[in-house]
Design a protein around this ligand. Structure first.
Ligand SMILES: Cc1cc2nc3c(=O)[nH]c(=O)nc-3n(C[C@H](O)[C@H](O)[C@H](O)COP(=O)(O)O)c2cc1C
Length: 388
């Protein structure tokens, strides 16, 4: 058993955004001084970020997962973000088909780490906001105040079918999400019971105690469509975004930060994700990237891309063609960061230059390659002034 890290108790609940921000700056890794925050993403589902039959050491087994989380914590990374998935993509490897449930996963990781922020990814339509508020509160207490909620609206119809739920149209998903998060926020904050009469929820005498340790556990949202980005600007503390190029990223980051500030008078951070292949030589790194691509699970990738194109608005139909489609299997839409430690550090520096706050990393062999990243790339990021 590992002691949870410092208790991040607030003496009183902040009354303004500025006060909340200051509390977070003093207590939470994602608000620390590092210009480029780092985390691990996608480790709790088979295949991780590679829709490929290329061999990988990633295992959806608890001992392996625990070692990986504790390694990320020891390396001083800021965030640990599992995927919410209920069903795989079919094809040869049934990509993401073996998956650990993120709330229970985050709770166990919270108890076994000291400093890293432990996020749970939640599909708003499949978990009651009352249950979700309580689960995140529980994780916040287990972790001594370093829980995060990555709330996504869900997009995979195959999963909704499992639950007997009907997929809402894209706009309506976010309207539902607004009510859902409003309830969560009220349960985290209000001490008196309240009734709620919305379009989607009717609650009587709702209450939740204890309150989370954080004034508001950090909320992420992974929508990248215009509606998703606007929703994040309005409600989330961080947007977890995907975009096609550094140029597109620079504009995306500036736009969403401006929107949050000007329209909603709040600040939002932006995180993105990267599939990292770091090897001692560039030739080895390129060879390993090509191996992932050549050994693509073509059927699984086609299922995945067609679902993404039809059921999510994060990627347009056009982007899911040609060269993008061929390399999509290496990262699943993430930026690809490939090369020697120096090249990887330089590419991360370039990503940081788009104005984003952090990059969540995925690897083919998470455990071994994260250790290698810690040893060879992190010192270079420190030298570049991106991290302390
Ligand atoms: C970095 C990132 C992480 C995501 N994580 C999840 C996830 O764990 N579960 C999920 O169902 N969808 C996840 N998504 C997918 C989005 O929820 C999905 O694309 C959704 O449709 C986003 O909304 P949008 O259509 O408004 O962009 C993720 C997307 C990104 C970019």
């Amino acid at each position: 058993m590992v002691d949870a890290g410092r208790q991040r108790t607030s003496a009183h609940r902040p009354e303004s955004d500025a006060e909340l921000r200051e509390f977070r700056r003093q207590t939470l890794p994602l608000y620390n001084e590092n210009a480029l925050k780092l985390g691990v993403f996608g480790m709790n589902c088979s295949g991780g970020m590679a829709i490929s039959t290329a061999e990988s050491t990633l295992r959806i087994e608890w001992d392996h997962q625990l070692e990986l989380a504790q390694l990320a914590d020891r390396l001083g990374l800021e965030a640990y973000i599992p995927i919410a998935r209920w069903k795989g993509a079919g094809g040869k490897i049934n990509y993401l088909g073996e998956n650990f449930e993120p709330m229970t996963f985050a709770a166990a990781i919270a108890a076994s780490t000291k400093e890293i922020m432990t996020f749970a990814t939640v599909h708003a339509p499949v978990v009651s906001p009352i249950a979700a508020a309580k689960m995140i509160t529980t994780i916040d207490h287990i972790s001594g105040g370093r829980a995060g909620l990555n709330v996504v609206m869900g997009w995979l119809t195959r999963e909704f079918d499992m639950f007997g739920l009907t997929q809402r149209d894209h706009q309506a998903r976010y309207a539902f999400g607004s009510e859902w998060l409003e309830i969560v926020d009220r349960l985290w904050n209000e001490t008196a019971e309240f009734d709620f009469a919305g379009e989607h929820f009717t609650l009587k005498n709702a209450e939740s105690a204890p309150k989370p340790i954080q004034p508001r556990p950090v909320v992420l949202n992974a929508g990248s469509s215009p509606t998703g980005a606007e929703w994040a600007a309005r409600h989330a503390d961080f947007n977890f975004a995907s975009y096609a190029s550094p140029e597109a990223g620079t504009k995306y980051v500036a736009d969403i930060k401006r929107l949050a500030r000007e329209k909603y008078e709040r600040d939002i951070g932006v995180l993105t994700y990267a599939f990292v292949i770091c090897r001692d030589t560039e030739a080895e790194a390129r060879r390993d990237l090509e191996r992932v691509v050549e050994m693509a699970d073509v059927e699984g990738a086609a299922n995945w891309m067609s679902a993404l194109g039809l059921q999510s608005a994060s990627f347009s139909e056009d982007t899911l063609k040609g060269e993008f489609a061929r390399y999509f299997v290496a990262g699943g839409g993430a930026a690809r960061v490939v090369g020697t430690p120096e090249q990887v550090a330089a590419q991360l520096q370039e990503m940081s230059g788009t104005g984003l706050d952090g990059v969540m990393l995925g690897f083919l062999n998470y455990k071994e390659e994260l250790a290698d990243f810690g040893e060879k790339v992190m010192p270079l990021l420190r030298e570049a002034g991106l991290r302390k």
